[in-house]
Design a protein around this ligand. Structure first.
Ligand code: ADP
Ligand code: ASP
Ligand code: MG
Length: 416
């Protein structure tokens, strides 16, 4: 008898028909004797619909009320799925995040899970019930409803799997695994049988929406057996692995793109010790995450300092930066929110040179200008004008020939 936590995303529960398909699948697994905790998202389009309603009524709404509203999408799905299971003669119980007691911090809209009370779920499983939990939400220590950020149901599932020590956490979605690039943009992207947790973390944090970044962090921290699969067709999916990297590892595993960022530059700041802190301290205090950071060499003891933030934080960060510019005597602040970031990720990179130059050549052949570059041990990211995003992703995918080359040795011949 195995314990599985299974998560079904928005498209997978996007209609009554789809909910029935999911219920049939759960019924089969339950009949096989598995104990099941199911996490569901809101029906596809529902979270966006709720965001639009809120924007219409008050764009400057309180984050607390926003979370009360957004959490309702998932509540609809847990009830409908439980009803569908009852119809199949299965004992099922639905719970919101608050009812389970998925306790989070109080950062509305991007709360972090602090603890999960698994008592109730365990008691239900013991009575042979399927437990259906609303993804994407929790409750803070004051009883306020919180949400975990877009895509947050993945994190609910992985965190529950960790808390329950599940045999596997299965993320059912609308693609049959993790691909070498978003299959919607690169039609000949290929499915990966396995990917290391490090690589998955980079791909997710660089924009591959197939898993929410925090869910991969959780998986890594608690070593949760994690697999991404399709709810539309059978298949092995992609397994996230935790082994040490071997020489068999492909040089590049995937390419991620992200058009959700914006770029801010504060020009002519005095280049004195502590200036980075002076600039980024107030940004961090406002809970704005900063991604790429570039500081130019100083000329006349002043420098330009550029960084990227989420587009949702653009106006807020720009306003903060203008205050900092006035305080520090910087010349001005400029912003650009029509940018896209593309990242090439692979653990094989650790022991290989030439990845960046292969990227730069592919982009140069397409006459795409690179605005920013950043690297880590297993990733190279570049920022380009967002109108070239898809072209750049395809060009890079082609340059790394995912179709027929996969091992270090083979790929090194084209990167040298
Ligand atoms: P769900 O609603 O099931 O959570 P999401 O839309 O959040 O589904 O995530 C699945 C989508 O992620 C896919 O439809 C695909 O377009 C996108 N995606 C982006 N990068 C990748 C990738 N490398 N592999 C697979 N899917 C990806
Ligand atoms: N419904 C939420 C969203 O659309 C959470 C999720 O689907 O994971 O972002
Ligand atoms: Mg998702």
């Amino acid at each position: 008898m195995s314990l599985f936590v299974e998560k079904y995303g928005g498209t997978s529960v996007g209609s009554i028909e789809r909910i029935n398909v999911v219920a049939d699948h759960i019924a089969d697994s339950h009949a096989d004797g598995n104990r099941l905790v199911i996490v569901v998202s809101a029906m596809s389009g529902e979270t966006n619909r709720l965001v639009a309603l809120a924007d219409e009524i008050n764009p400057a709404r309180s984050q607390r009320e926003s979370d009360v509203l957004l959490s309702t999408g998932e509540q609809v799905t847990i009830a409908l799925l439980s009803m569908a299971l009852h119809k199949r003669g299965i004992g099922a119980k639905s719970y919101t995040g608050t009812q389970v007691r998925i306790v989070t911090d109080s950062v509305h809209g991007k709360a972090r899970i602090l603890s999960i009370d698994s008592t109730r779920i365990k008691a239900d499983l013991h009575e042979n019930n399927v437990v259906v939990v609303a993804g994407f939400q929790g409750v803070d220590e004051h009883g306020n409803i919180t949400t975990l950020g877009r895509g947050g149901s993945d994190t609910t599932a992985v965190a529950l799997a960790a808390a329950l020590e599940a045999d596997e956490c299965k993320i059912f979605t609308d693609v049959d695994g993790v691909y070498s690039a978003d299959p919607r943009i690169v039609p000949d992207a290929r499915r990966l049988d396995r990917i290391t947790v490090e690589e998955m973390l980079e791909l997710a944090s660089q924009g591959a929406k197939v898993l929410q970044t925090r869910s991969v962090e959780f998986a890594g921290k608690y070593r949760v057996p994690l697999r991404v699969l399709s709810s539309f067709k059978e298949g092995p999916g992609t397994l996230i692995t935790y082994e040490e990297v071997t020489m068999e590892q492909p040089l590049i595993s995937g390419i991620a793109h992200n058009a959700d960022e914006a770029k801010l530059t504060i020009r002519g700041v005095p280049d004195t010790p502590g200036i980075a802190y002076r600039i980024l301290g107030p940004i961090a205090d406002a809970h704005i995450n900063v991604d790429m950071i570039v500081q130019n060499v100083s000329e006349d003891n002043t420098t330009d300092f550029t960084f990227t933030v989420h587009r949702n934080d653009f106006e807020n960060a720009k306003a903060k930066l203008e205050i900092i510019a006035a305080e520090t005597g910087a010349s001005d602040v400029i912003g650009d929110n029509a940018i896209a970031k593309i990242s090439v990720v692979g653990v094989g990179m650790k022991s290989h040179a030439g990845i960046a130059s292969t990227m730069f050549k592919a982009l140069s052949d397409e006459s795409i200008n690179i605005q920013m570059i950043s690297t880590s041990e297993i990733k190279v990211s570049i920022v380009v004008d967002d109108k070239y995003m898809e072209l750049a992703v395809r060009a890079l995918h082609k340059a790394f020939s995912f179709d027929n080359l996969s091992t270090n040795e083979e790929l090194s011949t084209i990167t040298q």
